[in-house]
Design a protein around this ligand. Structure first.
Ligand code: PLP
Length: 410
């Protein structure tokens, strides 16, 4: 078959092209935990990495391999592993690639749970510095001899700071630091692989990839850029064959095999079917987000709107250079005297909910919910105001969303 280039053309044919039986267009949901062999040597070969067949579903299965191949292709990476959630992917990556005494540079603006996990890493003797990823000099200033990894998101949530992922990639490459990009907010359709220099992509498949809020999942993609011969933390057992495979083998063995946060085949099916419309959904959600941002920005009861698509956003020009669209998350602070909870309670179509990347538009008061645990001082350092409301914009008809906000702001 001729090779197709388009994002959606690839996605809607991705399972079929991996040739499931009987001409099926979807990969079967393999429920078998074990895979048995009539020749013991074949099982030995699976254990020793000489065969790509399967032994036990915690590490791999045909359904899971199919999704991994699809994601590798979308991200134009080298190899992918999928996990039971975005947090499972992210924590597995850090726990298997970092060691006591290492230094991790982490964006100051990361998701609350990622920020909380950084404290867990500190408990295990990994030093963490929070850096301003909108400012390459600040990141460079914080590099130490034991810096092993830089972790950033693309568009931060909820304040929408945009990381210069190309510049950060150049910096980390020059200093032999592994560069990890969480591209949950801007999947490959928005942030194309040529626009970042990541060594690893981590992503929550629960969000825009699946899009329907019916399955959790996460992925790690090794982009094949880092020379693992120059990385101290690869266990000798995994330094076999081509060095390009060393890190992904370590993550699979130490992570999936030993820690076990594997994706179920049912979830794989839901995420994979959901992903077929990812580009269409993102076109619509991002267009809606831009319209809503403009509407709120000119509303007399709104103090400030945070959205990279607005010309007054500090990284507007950078966002234009990096992304196809500016994402579908926006935040705003109502003027003093307007209670954010009462405002949300007046919304009828927009749902009050955590989560993002869904087909439905969701609103959440940020400070008392997802960023409550970290306290006011840390919220302030991230630019989060106490009355901030975050919208994850969905695919509804925009006039209905504007009408809902208009009525709530009366
Ligand atoms: N990364 C980012 C940027 C997120 O926003 C989230 C969840 O909101 C995650 C990771 C974690 O994803 P999951 O909910 O699938 O564990």
């Amino acid at each position: 078959m001729r090779k197709v280039k388009g994002f959606t053309s690839k996605l809607v044919h991705a399972e079929r092209k991996q040739q499931p039986e009987y001409g099926a267009i979807h990969q079967p949901i393999h429920q078998s935990v074990l895979f048995a062999y009539s020749n013991a040597q074949d099982l030995v070969d699976v254990f020793q990495g000489k065969s790509s067949q399967h032994a036990y579903a915690r590490q791999s299965s045909p359904s899971i391999s199919c999704l991994q191949n699809t994601i590798t292709d979308l991200e134009q990476g080298h190899a992918c592993l999928v996990f039971s959630s975005g947090m499972a992917a992210l924590t597995t990556l850090m726990l298997t690639m970092l060691k006591q005494g290492d230094h991790l540079l982490m964006s100051r603006f990361v998701f609350g749970n990622t920020n909380s996990f950084a404290q867990t890493l500190e408990n295990y003797g990994i030093e963490v510095s929070f850096v301003d990823v909108t400012n390459i000099e600040d990141v460079a200033r914080n590099i130490k001899p034991n810096s092993r990894m830089l972790f950033t998101e693309t568009i931060a949530n909820p304040v929408t700071q945009v990381a210069d992922v190309k510049g950060l990639g150049k910096l980390t490459k020059a200093r032999n630091i592994v560069f990890v990009v969480d591209n949950t907010m801007t999947p490959a359709y928005l942030l194309q692989p040529q626009n970042h220099q990541a060594d690893f992509i981590v992503t929550s498949l629960t969000k825009y990839f699946g899009g329907h809020a019916n399955a959790l999942g996460g992925a790690i993609v090794d982009m094949g850029r880092f020379d693992w011969q120059k990385f101290e933390n690869i266990n000798d057992a995994y330094k076999k064959g081509d060095a390009i495979n060393w890190a992904i083998t370590q993550i699979k063995k130490k992570g999936l095999r030993d820690m076990g946060a594997c994706l179920s085949s049912d979830s794989m099916h839901l995420l994979s079917v959901g992903s077929e419309t990812m580009a269409l959904r993102l076109d619509r959600s991002c267009a809606n987000a831009l319209q809503l941002a403009n509407f709120l920005d000119s509303h007399p009861k709104i103090e400030k709107v945070y959205y990279p698509g607005l010309p007054n956003h500090p990284q507007h020009t950078l966002a234009k250079r990096l992304f196809r669209h500016n994402g579908a998350i926006l935040s705003f602070s109502p003027k003093e005297g307007i209670d954010p909870l009462r405002l949300i309670n007046k919304l009828e179509l927009i749902l009050c909910s955590t989560h993002l990347g869904d087909n439905r538009t969701l609103a959440i008061p940020v400070a008392p919910t997802i960023y409550h645990e970290m306290g006011e001082a840390r919220r302030k350092s991230m630019g989060i105001s106490e009355n901030m409301i975050r919208l994850s914009v969905g695919i509804e008809d925009c006039e209905d969303l504007i009408a809902d906000l208009e009525a709530a702001l009366l």
